[in-house]
Each structure stands twice: as structure tokens, then as C-alpha cells.
Design a protein around this ligand. Sequence first.
Ligand code: K7E
Ligand code: CUA
Length: 765
Amino acid sequence: MEPFSKRKTSLLVAATLVMGAVGSAWAAESLQDVMQRRGLSQQDLLAASKTYVPTGKRDDFIVFSSGGQSGQIIVYGIPSMRILKYIGVFTPEPWQGYGFDEESKKVLAGGKIDGKDITWGDTHHPALSETNGDYDGQFLFINDKANPRLAVIDLRDFETKQIVVNPIYKSEHGGAFVTPNSEYVIEAAQYPSPLANKKFVPLERFNEEYRGGVTYWKFDRKEGRIDPSKSFSIELPPYSQDLSDAGKAVSDGWSFTNSFCSERYVGGIEKGRPPYEAGCSAKDTDYLHVINWKKAAELVAQGKATKINGHNVLSMATAIKEGILFLIPEPKSPHGVDVTPDGKLITVAGKLDTHVSVYSFEKIMAQIKAGKFESKDPYGIPVLSMKDSLHTQVQLGLGPLHTQYDSKPCVAYTSLYVDSQVARWNYCEGKVLDKISIHYNIGHLMTMEGDSAHPKGRYLVALNKLAIDRFNPVGPLHPQNHQLIDISNDKMQLLYDMPLPLGEPHYAVAIDATTLKPGIRYKVGTNSRTDKPHPGMVRAGEEKIVRKGNKVEVFGTVIRSHITPETIEVNVGDEVTVNLTNLERAEDETHGFTVSTYNVHASIEPGKTVSVKFKADKEGVYPYYCTEFCSALHLEMEGYLLVKPKGYKEVKAGAEKAVYTKADYDKQVKTNVDTQAVIDSVVGYITSVNYKDFPPVVSLVDDATDQLGRAKEAKAKMEEAAKKSDWQNATLWAGQWWQYQVKAADIGLRAKTYLEEHGAKKTGK
Ligand code: K7E
Ligand code: CUA
């Protein structure tokens, strides 16, 4: 057997040779070679170059997609289709501590129904807050269809702040849609039911006692919350209300909600009755509800509403008498209703009709003004003539569902579910312009800012229900498929397939990325779920553990790389609350916190204060630690919860035996001095260039200065111990000094790389 050292050498030579061969093959491979090797066409390359976002570059648009049955929101970028975030909304989300810390548990508790926790949601329609009909990038709303709820997300930190339960429905679908200045968030019922809570009414009384409705949730923009006391609903017939949209510009003050099953059919296969799907599609038309919400709000303010379950409801009789509610026939089992950017026209697609019907707001108003009604529905609501209300009807294809608008005037896009196509058409002149096949069975579609007053065009995303053969198989449950389409040219071009494996994302909204202004840190001590100062907040050096009876409250801090306190001693049966404040100011320096087996977790972003609470019901030893790999010594960011048994007697600890000597101390100090030389050279480079022109570097320098300040404190403690020849503590404090140096060096090197990559220039100083 050859000696080890020789063997090692020959292995190294072999490795070098192999690497050399591969290296030259890479160098020789041209674009053509890659195309051939991977079987890519010119068209593929064109598509790739339209979606590829090089490393370090960012997307032009940010998408907020419903997470479907996951009860969350998915955030991704366009054109790259890179997923950026999942926002926990109706469902616990462990990474963000959502549902595992006390603050977010309170948000989720807002979604309890009859005292019951509901830990999932069927999210359908996200909506961005608007100012004058345009997205302002401040807030996001989304509905839960299964359990009629609505959530508010603040886009300063992308966190869910509030969940409200609809007080009178049992399901809802036509939400969230906002009015042009986000005065109200619209939410329409879906499956009719008695409005009064827990009231039993047999299906035989469907026509008389089951009801639908539309709710207008009052949004208080200053508070960033919905105000239930100022919200109201309008009672509607038991037609299954479906989607809604708010009027804008000329039609501001009005809202439109369509319906299916205006037959009011009640199924019952088990009783030999034809199923709902037959009875609910028998008639040729259903009803578009046209509502004057501005006047409705005034009527509520005048006290004309009645209270149902403590909620303001305008009865149908009042709505009819006051002239704020009208119906217009719409063909046949309609789905989407979408107001044009100028507010003049309303597009309705009928699932079982090959046409889209474009209604004219002007024509609708003319009939209402003239009091010219075709008939009344069984509840006495005036019905306008469909013919007299239509601007045009356009035959698009099979199964039209939803419509979005382009930046080009009069251009719209409608999804065709049965045909698996997107149709581009002109709604002013009523003609089809182009069609593209998608894969497969499209539901909603989305253009950039496509339901605002000023759509931005460029891209369209088809939200497809079935993926079938598009991706590598992963079992019978397939991902959903979002397809990115370029709409900036005469012919639409399919660019990219993105699998979404989190639930069925019904709808999505895309906003210009520059409109969003999210923060990077909280004001120190913020409760992020209330945006108010957290009572559990403490500053560095003020950490404490307070006991009141059997309640133990910890007021602690986290910073690279330690948790203060590092030991928490309690008695079995104590109720423990741990408040933690992240003292970091650096971007992206999030710490996590968990305690073994107590099912708690917190994500503590810079400045945030979070609390976790649990009953220490089992004696024992429970490590706690930071769950984010936050620095080189992240694993050491640890501590112990000691749960002492009943009647436990303290043992007196013997004096700690010193293990470090003066030699250890000297060695550590030498390391520190060498490290300081590295830091000084990095600092020398940074200050020799125009680093102040790069805000991210300025904040890195702030952070590094912070760390070096702490290094100084540790060094002082070291010197004090050394003076007393306490080599044990002197060595440990020298080590702590070094820890802060390492963190500062890490930050400094990051700043240096950034400056080099961004072409920083010598200042000649
Ligand atoms: Cu068409 Cu709920 Cu908007 Cu699904 S809905 S597709
Ligand atoms: Cu903080 Cu790991």
C-alpha cells in the first residue's frame, strides 16, 4: 500500500485533471450548443429572455395571489415568477410564528365563529387598497369563502392585522372588492341562508326565509382596520350572489353584483330530485344587482337599518322604497363582473353562454332616472330591460369567466374555461382581436394593475385550474399552473409555466413594484399585530424575570448571538410568558425563538417585540434557542428553561473551577489584535470610496459600528478581570470581544462586496 501522503497527492492530480477537462468544455459551450443540448427553440430563448431576472436584479411587478385552501396569500414577482413570501392569513404559518405567538393568536381569534377556532380558509379574491381608483400599495384584503370572513393585511410589513367575521352569512364569495378610495370593502354572500344566527329554517321555506346579501365593510384607513360598527349590509333575494365590483369615476358610488341560481332551485338527489346543477341552470338569464352604496350608507347613517346579530342591515323593502336596488337580466349562469377602467361599462361573462355582455352605466342610469322598468322580481325589486342596458355583446368562446383590462384603450382579456383559452377583444367596438391557448382550464386571469383605473398592460397571468401533464408528476394531486403571457405585442406569447403547490389560487392582483414601500425594521418594542408599543418590551440591560403568584413573566432581548436571559427557572404548574425584543437594527437580522415541546414559536424581526405563553405543566429541562441561522454563533444562541418539581430544594453549587490560564488569555488577545487588523483594512477600503452614496452600505456601516461598540464594552470587562489576574473571566470576555469583532468583520466584508459589485469610486482621500 502506498503511503498516505503520496496517495493524497495523486488523488489531487487526478481531480485537477478532471476539473480541467470540464472547465474547458464549459468555456467552449456557446448559446447554440446549449440550445441544441437542451432542445430549445428560438421562441423558447425569446421567452426565457423576457422572464429571466439576473441575480441581484428585481422584478417590475409584485403579485398577491390567493393561496386558495391554504388560507394564505402567495407573493411573487413578475416577470421572473419567483415566489417571495407566503403571508399567513386564516391559517397558522409556523415560520412567521403566526398562530404560535400571543400577538398573532389574537388576530386569528378574531376569526373564531361561535367561539370555535377555524384554522383554515378558502381564500378567493385579494384586493389592493385604492386611492382615486388606483392602487396605493398600502393595504391588502382577502376573503374566506367557506367561513364568511375578511382579512386586512398591512403592506408596510406584509402582516395580517385583522380578521372579521361576517355576522349574517354562512358563506360568501363576492369579496374582497374595494371602492375607489377604499371607503368600503365589498363582500357578497354566496349560498343563501337565514340571516339571523343559529336560526333553523327548513328548505321548504327557502323562498320566504333564506336570503342573500351584499356587505360593505367600512375601512378606517388611518387605523388600518375595518370598523364593524360602521359597516352595513343590504338584504338580497336568495339568488346565489357571486362576484362584485365597485363602480369608478362616472359610476363611483354604485356597485354591481351578479348571481347564479336565480331559479331559487333547491336540490335533493337523495329524494329523487334533479341535482342543483340542473335546477340552477334552467333559466336563460340570472340577475345583475345594481346598488347605490353611497345612498345606502346615508340611509344607514339616518338610522334606516335594522339590526340583525348586532349588524346594520337595510331590508329589501327599504332598499326598494329608497330606490337604491335594481336588477338587470344577465345571460346565463354568469360568473365575473368587471367594471372598465373609465367606469363607463360593466362586463359580465356567462359560464354557459358563449358571449360576454357589456352593460352601459349611462343606459342603466337613464332607465332608473326615467323610472322605466320592465318588471319586478318576486320580491318587488325593479327589473331593468337587458336590451336597453346593453352596450354590446361579443361572442368569445366556451365558458367565459373573468375579464381584465389592458393599458391600451378598449382592450380587454377574458378567460374561457371550457375552451382553455384567453381571448383579447375590443369592448368599445365589440370584436375579437386574438386568442391564445393555455394549460388547462383557466379560472381568473390578471393583467398588471388590471382592475384599477389605470391598468399597466405588458403581462397577463392565466390562473389555471388543471396542470395535467405540464410538470413532473408528483402523485394524483397536481400543482396549479400560473402561466405568464406577454401581451405587449399584436400576438400574445406564452412565456412561462409556474407550478403553485399551495392550494387553488382563484384570483391575484399585481402592483407596480415601485408603489410598495415596505419597512425594513420596526420602531424598537413594536407589537407588529397592533402597530402599538408592546408592554413586554425592554431595552438592553433592563432584562428581568418577574414572578406574581404562579405567573412568571420574562422580559428579554435577542441580539447576535445571545438571548437574555439564558436561564429561566420556574416551578411546575407555573404560567410562563416570555416577551422578547429584537434589538437589531440591521436589515434581515431576524431571530426566532422556541422552547422544546411547548409548541410555541416566534419570528422576531428587527425592532419587534413578541411574546409566547405556555403552562410549564411538566417538570424537566427544556432547551430554548434561536431558530434562524442568524450569525456564525447562531447555534450558541441558546438557553435553558428549568421546570422544577414540587417541593424542590436548591442545591448549593460549588465554586466554578477555572479552566483558562494566562496563556489562554494571551492567545485570545493575540487573535483579537490580528482580527482587528483585518477589520481596519476593510474599514480602510470602505472609507476610501464613496460609500455614502450607497444607502444599503451606510446602514451596514451603522450596524458594524454598533457591533464594534459592543466589542469595546466586552474588552473593558476583559481588562478589568485581567487586572485582578482572573484569567478565567478575562479569557471568556476576550472571547466575547472577539465574537463582536467577527460580526463586525462579517458586515464589513458584505459592505465591501456590495461596493465592488456596484462600482464604488475612490474619493481620493
Ligand atoms: Cu372564478 Cu371564486 Cu373568483 Cu374561482 S372564482 S375561478
Ligand atoms: Cu438568532 Cu440564530
